[in-house]
Design a binder for this molecule. Sequence first.
Ligand code: ATP
Ligand code: MG
Length: 442
Amino acid sequence: MEDVEKFDIDVLGEALYDSPLGLSKRKGDDIFNFVTDKDRVLRYISLNDHNNCVKGEQEPVALEKAGPREKIYFNTKKTKAAIVTCGGLCPGINNVIRSLVMGLHYFYEVKEILGVRYGYEGLIPSYGHGFVDLTPEYVKDIHQFGGTILGSSRGGQDVGEMVDTLYNNGIDMLFAIGGDGTLKGANAIGDEIAKRGLNISVIGIPKTIDNDVSIIDKTFGFETAYHVANPIIRDAHNEATGAYNGIAIVKLMGRDSGFIAASAAISMPVVNFVLVPEMHFELEGENGFLETLKKRLDAKQHAVIVVAEGAGQNLFNKEGKEKVTDASGNVQHDDIGLLLKNEIAEFFKKKDYEVTIKYIDPSYIIRSAPANPGDSVFCSGLAYHALHGAMAGKTKFVVGRVNNQYVYLPISAVTSSRKKINMEGGFWFAALESTGQPFEMR
Ligand code: ATP
Ligand code: MG
């Protein structure tokens, strides 16, 4: 179990200013539900854990509760904020930007908010991207669109130079919306700021469509991802049933974790096979995937397969082959969707068994979709809780929900490992129940 200390959040200094939220408080009403740094949320909520804590056999793992503080660190009228978005697209980025701007402007009276263009590149002056002034007028409609109005990028940038830019432009707080790489970058920026003794706060808002951030319940965009995948799978099923021995393969996101593929399969229960990175399956053999697929066709004359992009990487001949990485060093997976399509075609051809295969890869359509209502609500909550923490002078933290409560976590606590599907847990069992696929295909 984690060391309790690990979850403490760094602060820039003592919070001495009265929050404008408190000053605008209606007489006698505390509609803002101010939170103190002593308010904590339990990470483990089972009765067993509770009993062990009461008996003194275990320390409670308590996380800092997010929310507005009555005393804040920054003098709001003189505060300058910046927002950057990095990595791949994910539904909801614009909702987060919009809520950050509206919250900073209307609740905290912060009038200068800079939008950093094209990810961390925008903090390196030699790229010449410049900043945009983010005002309520500028952001008022952006929640309707997918993507990021600021643009994004991959590729490493010099941390010292990025901190120079923050300092030279008088920026007091940087909100970084991005995945694992972005958060590691934000932490490195925060370390450099601390080394120089500057008063700049760095806040991460985790963005991963794959929902693979450890500790926190879920990440924004994930729900929209399987929402958008839903009708695509429905249509894939129409394609499969529209031909004798029709096979439809839908490739979805999921580099290391198969939450999108499995959730999509459970929510649109016409899926017969869901293949995720966490499972080991083989194509060949009596109980392998191809023979299992044949049995399915013998019985029902059609099949729908959902495959996560990171599934079945063991099936590629890796001997002597260098791993291909993108500009940020993320390993690029071999295309499992195309491999399946080709292997399935070859297998049935050899048997003189007629099949019709349709291959659908909607990944970019899903990544660039606007957030659905559930994610929109969530993005707004993440943004508001992020800015309350920032105004209180907290730094190198991310905002997230744990046991349905908004909390602040040190960036380092969420970047050290990834959340994966527990192949012996209830969620995966639900995927097996829904698809009817065997427990093992090897
Ligand atoms: P995705 O989930 O789409 O990959 P991501 O945030 O992980 O999102 P990356 O392209 O991997 O996207 O990283 C975003 C940015 O963070 C890149 O510019 C990358 O160079 C930078 N970065 C990653 N790790 C570090 C680090 N340790 N120090 C400084 N910058 C980093
Ligand atoms: Mg990455």
